[in-house]
Design a binder for this molecule. Sequence first.
Ligand code: KIV
Ligand code: ZN
Length: 498
Amino acid sequence: MSDKVFIFDTTLRDGEQVPGCQLNTIEKIQIAKKLELLGVDIIEAGFPISSPGDFKSVVEISKATKHVTICALTRSVEKDIDVAAESLAYAKGRGRIHTGIGTSPMHIKYKFNTTPEAVIERAIAAVKYAKKYVEDVEFYAEDAGRTDNEYLARVIEAVIKAGATVLNIPDTTGYCMPEEYGAKIRYLKENVKGIDKAILSTHCHNDLGLATANTLAGVYNGARQVEVTINGIGERAGNTSLEEVVMAMKTRRGDFPYHTDVNPIHIAATSKLVASLMSMPVQANKAIVGRNAFAHSSGIHQDGVLKHRENYEIIDPKDVGYDTSIVLSARSGKAALKHHISELGVEVTPKRLKEVYEEFLKLADAKKDIKEEDLLVLLGEERRSKRKIKIELLQVVCGKTLEPMATVRLNVNGEIKQKTCAGLGPVDAAFKAVKRILNDENYQLEEYLVQAVTSGIDDYGKVHVQVSYKGKNYYGFGTDRDVITASVEAYVDAISKI
Ligand code: KIV
Ligand code: ZN
């Protein structure tokens, strides 16, 4: 059995299904380039039949990358496969079609209203059809986690015979226990004819917080591809996180004598890029990439780490790219700035570089150490300037004995409007004024999070909000050295998306 575990990244497909976090094509290209630099083997770039945007993303990501395999998702439907094949035209020999169908009793009955035998026929037909276009065909048995192993083995054997070379066994609903999922993979390894010539793949969702454990159980029992997302993002509780699986296998090499082509040094920067472009903050205590993942606060631990790092750390933060050294200062030139921007996976035109450089110099005047996070903030200014709603003025009055008041002036598609409101605090007052200007009371603030970008009194405040509107969630992101301005920026960002 091969000792390589292939890393299949689905941040741009399953990860991007997070409500309200959709990326535009340029942002997807930035992430794809970063993933290629990180060393993933396959990028699932989209579900081309689902929207023109997804189709375009697969095309553009194929053009923008060089070595990585580009994968397009389909249902077991000929039209889906035609469109996926068309979208992969530029991947030239690096294209993979990922087709499949639900195999659990639940899906067979309530999704397709058909029989187990008919599902096998559809699966075979889809794989054969995809095979007309590309050599590399992956098949997924949706809801395999709740599919009986004996039937699952029949499905898998049939699609291998039809030409599938990678077999994805998704725990679509995150239902399995690690032992159960591992046993499923082992059962397929031991009972499916032809499995030795194919690769079994894990695809675990995190509904019970077991996605990483299940994925590792899969590898332990013979899977040689893992489907993962950066920061574990994805629908509901998300997918298996790339950084957790890669670092678990590396840290416990004795249990997992396999290798991946991921270079962990790029993990931190990739995580930050995804969090920033998707406006999805990483939970503070998230393994590997949370801001507290390597923070030691108790005196005993701090003392222990100072004496010998390994007393309390099983991973050196530097190995995953957390080098706290300063990257730029006020004396840095445009070339250094360009270099660090491209390290973040972002490409800028000469005109944009000039604009960012001007902003950079202003920031560097006020804040002596400029770090990667600060650059992401500067680059985010571009998104801010493209918004249809812009903040023209924000003025707040607040204090211990004062009633908090805010005056907000917005430019809404070119029309200037202004309102003043009182509130429980300055942020509440400002949000009320925004709602009053837009004359719509349906915006509900569901979540509000303030963080410092790096550290220090001269730091940027970073605010994430989640706003619900008529049953749907939208995320907004704002940064400013004044947290009230950052809050209103975030609120307006979310509302602009609505
Ligand atoms: O979770 C799942 O089953 C999926 C498939 C479409 C691969 O994402
Ligand atoms: Zn999934």
